[in-house]
Design a binder for this molecule. Structure first.
Ligand code: UDX
Length: 432
């Protein structure tokens, strides 16, 4: 394999995982971030968030001299053939993504360009952003150095990002020239996965369409969970039954309190907005969003339905992160659920194995505990919001003794209802 000099601009979840994995594949990588503190942390061999295995991969590749960190974009542009833009695209008030960081990077690259480079969009961006990046680089490119723009969207799930990078279902490469295509194929040569070559706009759309479809699958099964509750059926069985149809597939059919995280909510809003700008009212995706919001409200009503008045009552929450194996609290369903419970007067005690530090910055008046048992102690009900493995293996008899009332409301369906009834719990879950 030919090793290629790669620059990654942005050392967030996507940028850092991409940088470490490219270095692991044998390329020479320079990772840039304008946050000096973040670069300091990275140079000391630590990573600024929790992602299983990433710290080890970063240290290994720093030690082997394949991974460098800097605050200087200029250095990366000078020394790399390919530059991946992996900076943030946070949502604006309107739902549109804020692309000013992408623009800044394009300006910076353009103004120091002096030889052929491939500039690749890695951040999730609206269709046609590639055109803007090209235009911006051209405007700032005084030396008139040749360059290509490409789109190579990421499909990394937090918590399993390294595995998703190294064993992907597919690699999408959106290009305008054979030269850029060959270079990107060389970079990904060690990875055995179908490689889809498209134009840039189709590649940009593949990313938004994938996330929109997955969010739709979750809202679909959540809507089925409502029907199941009304009809007296079981959503797990329905999901199993439909998931075995190869055209549907079993993944992403877990009913629960709804999707969260920094991708689905933001990407859906952005996609609806892009469609609107293009002249299409994306009602299907608006409904996907609505079902997701309603799912959290229904869950709060379920708790209220079991406890009657919530005023002054202590409720124990297990799990705050938007999903297991991450400390990420961004758009976590726990936030809306806890806010609603507090608005009804409930007192909240909570535990999460990794997300409590981040939760403290967002949630108010929550008592944080050292373990699930401390949460259960004297609570009127135990509420499960994130399905950490730790919770599947709880000593339920101990929990029952500690709880004021033996009530568990499970937003992720981690326990078996007949077994819970046998143990003497009043147990409610979603769609069962
Ligand atoms: C997602 C995409 O999967 C990834 O490809 C993309 O590029 C980034 O966004 P991520 O946000 O890390 O990844 O998490 P993911 O595992 O997809 O879960 C998203 C949300 O959906 C979580 O809140 C999760 O709890 C929820 N979910 C997922 C369900 O409620 N039910 C399911 O069956 C699956």
């Amino acid at each position: 394999m030919k090793s290629i000099n790669i620059g990654i601009i942005g050392a967030g979840y996507v940028g850092l995982t991409t940088a470490a994995c490219f270095a692991h594949l044998g390329h020479n990588v320079i990772c840039v971030d304008n946050d000096e503190n973040k670069i300091k942390i990275l140079l000391s061999g630590k990573i600024p968030f929790y992602e299983p295995g990433l710290d080890k991969l970063v240290i290994e590749n720093i030690t082997q001299g394949r991974l460098q960190f800097t605050t200087q974009t200029q250095k990366a542009v000078k020394e790399s053939l390919v530059l991946f833009i992996a900076v943030g695209t946070p949502p604006k008030e309107s739902g549109e993504p804020d692309l000013s960081y992408v623009e800044n990077v394009a300006q910076e690259i353009g103004s120091v360009l002096n030889d052929y480079r491939v500039i690749v969009e890695k951040s999730t961006v609206p269709v046609k952003t590639g055109d803007w990046i090209k235009e911006t680089i051209t405007r700032y490119n005084k030396s008139k150095a040749p360059f290509d723009v490409a789109s190579n969207p990421e499909f990394l799930r937090e918590g399993s990002a390294i595995n998703d990078f190294l064993n992907p279902d597919r690699i999408v490469i959106g290009v305008e020239s054979d030269r850029a295509k060959e270079i990107l194929l060389q970079i990904y040569e060690p990875i055995n996965a179908p490689k889809i070559i498209t134009d840039i706009k189709s590649a940009e759309l593949i990313k938004h369409a994938s996330n929109a479809f997955l969010a739709m699958k979750i809202s679909f099964i959540n809507s089925i969970s409502i029907i199941c509750e009304l009809a007296g059926a079981s959503v797990d069985k329905v999901a199993q039954g439909i998931g075995l149809d190869k055209r549907i597939g079993p993944a992403f059919l877990n009913a629960g309190v709804g999707y969260g995280g920094f991708c689905f909510p933001k990407d859906l809003k952005a996609f609806i907005k892009i469609a609107e700008e293009l002249g299409y009212d994306y009602r299907l995706l608006k409904e996907v969003e609505r079902i997701n919001e309603e799912q959290k409200q229904r869950f709060v009503k379920k708790i209220e339905g079991l406890l009657w008045n919530l005023r002054g009552k202590q409720i124990g929450i297990l799990g705050l992160a938007f999903k297991p194996n991450t400390d990420d609290m961004r758009f976590a369903p726990s936030i809306d659920i806890i806010n609603e419970l507090q608005a009804r007067g409930a007192k909240i005690k909570a535990y999460d194995p990794y997300a409590m530090n981040n939760a403290k910055k967002i949630l108010k008046d929550v008592t944080y505990c050292n373990d699930p048992y401390e949460v259960a102690k004297n609570s009127e009900a135990l509420v499960i919001i994130t399905e950490w493995d730790e919770f599947r293996n709880l000593d339920l008899m101990r929990i029952k003794e500690l709880l004021k009332l033996p009530i568990i409301v499970d937003g992720r369906n981690i326990f078996d209802p007949p077994k819970m009834a046998e143990l003497g719990f009043i147990y409610r879950s979603v769609g069962r």
